[in-house]
Design a protein around this ligand. Structure first.
Ligand code: C5P
Length: 306
């Protein structure tokens, strides 16, 4: 059983005040892009996991845990417990999504493992677990997991796990510049809180951007580029100042919009056409500022069997 699952970029990441449970209330507009990890599961004598770079990518996988810290392993354990079966499965993960890059690669692998294990163990005509059940299980694993099951473009509220699909038109063309070494998501949220406290800013509850929703619904890449926002960006830039020149270079080369993807350090650039995206990718590659420059389109569907 093999499942392909996309990376995400956040078109709007509005971060509210920190809650009592340590999470932040978000307005998180997720957009799935055509950069895919693949998770394969097979019946085995016990639980095992292997992680390798996809043959099409140069992703560094050394930082990915191969024990129960691996979100795909935790996903398999959850599905097994829910179905009352032994978690006897060999999981193989082929990664093309940057690790700790702000593109929800770990969450994507968890989503793929949920879908794959459900198919493996819940193989009767009327499966016990619906896609909604898998999204609920996903929310137990991480705030971004339900979206990786769903895919497309969606507005996430709460921790980001309460999802509503968004209306979009056409295809958007993206370029991603990855960076050497990841950023820790909790560290970036903590830096965001620290910067706000230092400036004496009280975080207002975030609101969905009307400009962004209109740009998506009309397929207007220029307007979408202008409407991209990420409240975590100042924190990511404070922790990794070298990202500034990457964003500036993309804008100089004519990107319709540029922002740090999620908690970073990957930078995302929106181009107006596929051709512009190819030109932009080449120009960014030439600067030598990025570890890797990747092209992808969105929106694409969520975790699905091949
Ligand atoms: O939910 P997940 O485990 O993916 O979140 C990783 C970390 O990101 C959390 O431990 C928290 O520090 C931060 N986070 C947050 N508010 C959210 C989502 C994530 O503070 N809504």
């Amino acid at each position: 059983m093999s499942v392909r699952v996309p990376a995400k970029v956040n078109l709007q990441l509005g971060v509210g005040p920190i809650r009592d449970d340590g999470y932040h209330d978000l307005v998180n507009v997720f957009h799935a892009v055509s950069l895919f990890d693949e998770v394969t599961v097979e019946r085995a004598p016990g639980l095992e996991v292997r992680v390798q770079a996809s043959p099409y990518s140069r992703v560094r996988v050394d930082g990915v845990p191969v024990d129960e810290d691996n979100l795909a392993v935790r996903a398999a354990l959850l599905v097994a417990a829910r179905l009352g079966v032994e978690p006897d499965v060999a999981i193989r993960i082929r990664k093309a999504i940057p690790v700790a890059g702000g593109m929800a690669g770990g969450s994507a692998d968890a989503a793929a493992a949920l879908v794959a294990c459900a198919r493996l163990w819940d193989d009767r005509e009327q499966p016990v677990l619906t896609r909604d059940d898998l999204m609920d299980l996903g929310a137990e694993l991480g705030s971004d997991v339900p979206f990786a099951v769903l895919g497309g473009t969606a507005v996430g509220l709460g921790r980001g796990e309460r999802l509503t699909p968004a209306l979009t038109r056409g295809t958007f063309h993206w370029v991603f510049a990855t960076a050497d070494g990841g950023l820790s998501t909790p560290a970036v949220y903590a830096e965001c809180d620290r910067i706000r406290a230092e400036r004496g800013e009280a975080a207002a509850p975030p609101r969905v951007s009307e400009e962004l929703m209109t740009a998506l619904a009309t397929g207007d890449a220029k307007a979408l580029g202008a409407a991209l926002t990420n409240d975590l960006q100042p924190a990511a830039l404070a922790l990794r100042p070298s990202l500034r020149r990457v964003l500036d270079a993309g804008l100089e080369f004519g990107a319709a919009g540029a922002l740090v993807s999620g908690s970073g350090p990957t930078c995302a650039f929106l181009a107006e056409t596929g051709e512009d995206a190819a030109d932009l990718a080449e120009a960014l590659d030439g600067t030598g500022f990025a570890e890797q420059v990747l092209r992808a389109d969105g929106p694409v569907p969520g975790a699905a069997t091949r």
